[in-house]
Design a protein around this ligand. Structure first.
Ligand code: DHB
Ligand code: MG
Length: 221
């Protein structure tokens, strides 16, 4: 493995495809400025989220874990007129930073950042949502991935996408002796996906500036 090469190739494609505009660059800068964890998706992964949201014609998107709103902006930009993205963030400071970045991206009409515990917020959304959830992106609180998935399935339509970030964790997923709760969480999630006949799933391993990790993509049958 050569992490420096992966990062350089990621940067090469970022530049080749002009993936980031000012707002996305400023959003990344805000993460560093506010001492937040550098756990946002990479630009290429952001483009993948945008691509997938377009592909499934997403009008209602739910994101778990806003951080500074970087992936939120990518997903928000994929929405059609009248589309809606609700992003849930447990940390009030992160949520404030995210709201500012969403405003800079001129997405405040379509995108709402809700501060709170995701399971509690999701059950509120379940009470009021009048249309299916087209895309659920889980990117925080790995131990609860299976619970978020169960919620996503209840809210889905045929063709909805349920996407989970960070399921490989530099290969730790296959180490049976690893006791980190995040690793156990994503392993349980993948094992559950593998046996769930209501979805078609694919694991997408990724290398790049975020090193070796992967996303689990599930499409509701
Ligand atoms: C972690 C979380 C993320 O969402 C990510 O993309 C990378 C790492 C973490 O909590 O370790
Ligand atoms: Mg992540």
């Amino acid at each position: 493995m050569n992490p420096a090469l992966f990062t350089q190739v990621d940067q090469y494609f970022n530049q080749l495809f002009s993936l980031e505009d000012e707002v996305l660059i400023e959003t990344r800068t805000s993460i560093v400025e506010h001492g937040m964890p550098e756990h946002s998706v990479s630009p290429n992964q952001g483009q993948l989220l945008f691509f997938l949201a377009k592909l499934c014609n997403a009008k209602l998107v739910i994101e778990i874990g806003s951080l500074a709103g970087y992936s939120t902006i990518w997903l928000g930009r994929a929405l059609p007129e009248g589309g809606k993205l609700i992003s849930i963030e447990i940390d009030p400071h992160y949520a404030e930073v995210a709201r500012r970045n969403i405003a800079k991206a001129d997405l405040s009409e379509k995108v709402e950042i809700i501060t709170g515990d995701a399971l509690a917020v999701l059950s509120q959304i379940e009470q009021v949502a009048s249309t299916p959830v087209d895309l659920l992106f889980m990117d925080a609180d790995k131990p609860n991935y299976t619970n978020y998935f169960a919620w996503g399935l209840r809210m889905a339509r045929t063709g909805s996408l349920i996407i989970a970030d960070n399921v490989i964790r530099e290969g730790k997923i296959i180490d049976p002796n690893n006791t980190e709760e995040k690793v156990i969480g994503v392993r349980q999630y993948c094992e559950m996906l593998a046996s769930d006949t209501q979805v078609t799933s694919v694991i997408l391993p990724t290398v790049g500036e975020k090193e070796y990790d992967g996303m689990a993509l599930a499409m509701v049958k």
